[in-house]
Design a binder for this molecule. Structure first.
Ligand code: SAM
Length: 338
């Protein structure tokens, strides 16, 4: 039997929350510069990580509240045992869910046929350098060939691919030729993401901040860019451009220099079961406690989610207040999910 649709999740700024980013693990097989903080990596204990059944329950509640898009992220999602079975279960229970994935692509290749069968709408591939030395310097591992093999397979399967490049001056700012070449020759959306001050103790600083406007100028010297007007209902955070003579497109996610908070429709659930209504806000809500407590009904969790989402802040205000603190949010992206 179909459960009745309920009024959607809205906040005090009249934003409607429709998109859940679900981090299924904080563990990753890479150790990227932007996630390093000079300290040994402490993974969250297994007992604190949500079990797949708990995540399915949460997704069920979220979909009743009008969430129609779910992105599986991490850590690296494919590092967690049972990730593909979980994807199968998600698709089985919610056949029309807009299901997406964010991955570093190192372990992805054998799973591409399954993603195609499941109708995964798009795969976001993090790829900060097409040069093997540059890739190893950024990620700590020499795994570029596996990522490129996954990329080939995704494209051969006809899956929609977005390549995410975290823009870092001094690390990948010499690679513009490679990025433009990729967007010209491959049918992908290649998006530069402005480096954000996430996680205390990381190397983020103005010295390695490479603003989107500068990148756009650099790219324009190599290819004619034409802005693409997107339907505001489908538009993501990236401003997209067509490249003259290109198979792909290039985009810029200006999280730092030109925020898009007014259009934000996101809710995040960390792998240890905490809801975050804004990437930049450290305020988290313990859903795991509710999901695990005896006698807590779905209705109670649903009511809690409504209250939480009503309080969704404008991240740019937090950023403005905290920008001089070096880290805007305490947790690193690997434990939030990006
Ligand atoms: N392991 C997966 C991957 O590599 O795509 C998923 C998790 S990763 C934390 C999610 C995204 O966050 C990636 O695209 C990564 O490049 C981006 N990211 C991480 N730290 C960032 C930062 N400080 N600023 C901007 N983007 C960041």
């Amino acid at each position: 039997m179909h459960e009745a649709a309920l009024p959607a999740l809205t906040d005090a700024h009249s934003r409607v929350v429709r998109y859940l980013r679900l981090s299924i693990t904080d563990r990753c097989n890479l150790l990227c510069l932007y996630c390093r903080n000079g300290k040994p990596v402490h993974s969250i204990p297994h007992s604190d990580i949500l079990r797949y059944e708990e995540m399915l329950r949460f997704v069920g509640i979220a979909t009743r509240l009008g969430i129609n898009k779910v992105r599986i992220t991490g850590g690296e999602p494919f590092v967690r045992k049972g990730c593909t079975d979980f994807l199968v279960m998600l698709r089985k229970r919610w056949p029309s869910l807009d299901l997406r994935l964010t991955t570093n692509g190192t372990l992805l290749e054998p799973h591409v046929p399954l993603l195609t069968r499941l109708g995964v709408r798009a795969v976001n591939l993090s790829l900060d350098s097409f040069d093997s030395n540059g890739f190893a310097a950024i990620t700590g591992r020499n795994m570029l060939p596996s990522v490129l093999a996954s990329l080939d397979k995704l494209l051969a399967a006809g899956l929609r691919v977005k390549i995410n490049v975290v823009a870092m001056r001094g690390f990948n700012d010499t690679q513009v030729d490679n990025f433009v070449h990729a967007a010209k020759t491959l049918p992908v959306d290649l998006r530069f993401i402005e480096f954000m001050p996430m996680g205390s103790g990381t190397m983020w600083g103005m010295e390695n901040f490479w603003p989107a406007e500068e990148i756009r100028e650099e790219v324009s010297r190599r290819a004619r860019l034409t802005p693409i007007a997107e339907n505001p209902l489908n538009a993501g955070p990236a401003r997209m451009y067509a490249l003259a003579g290109g198979k792909g497109r290039i985009g810029f996610i200006t999280s730092m220099t030109d925020h898009f908070c007014r259009a934000c429709n996101r809710l995040r659930l960390t792998s240890d079961g905490h809801a975050r209504t804004c990437l930049f806000a450290d305020k988290e809500y313990n859903m795991r406690g509710l999901l695990r407590a005896r006698g807590i009904t779905d209705q109670r969790i649903l009511d809690a989610l409504r209250r939480i989402c009503a309080l969704k802040p404008i991240g740019a205000d937090i950023l403005r207040r905290r920008i001089h603190a070096r880290a805007v949010a305490e947790r690193r992206m690997t434990s939030i999910g990006g």
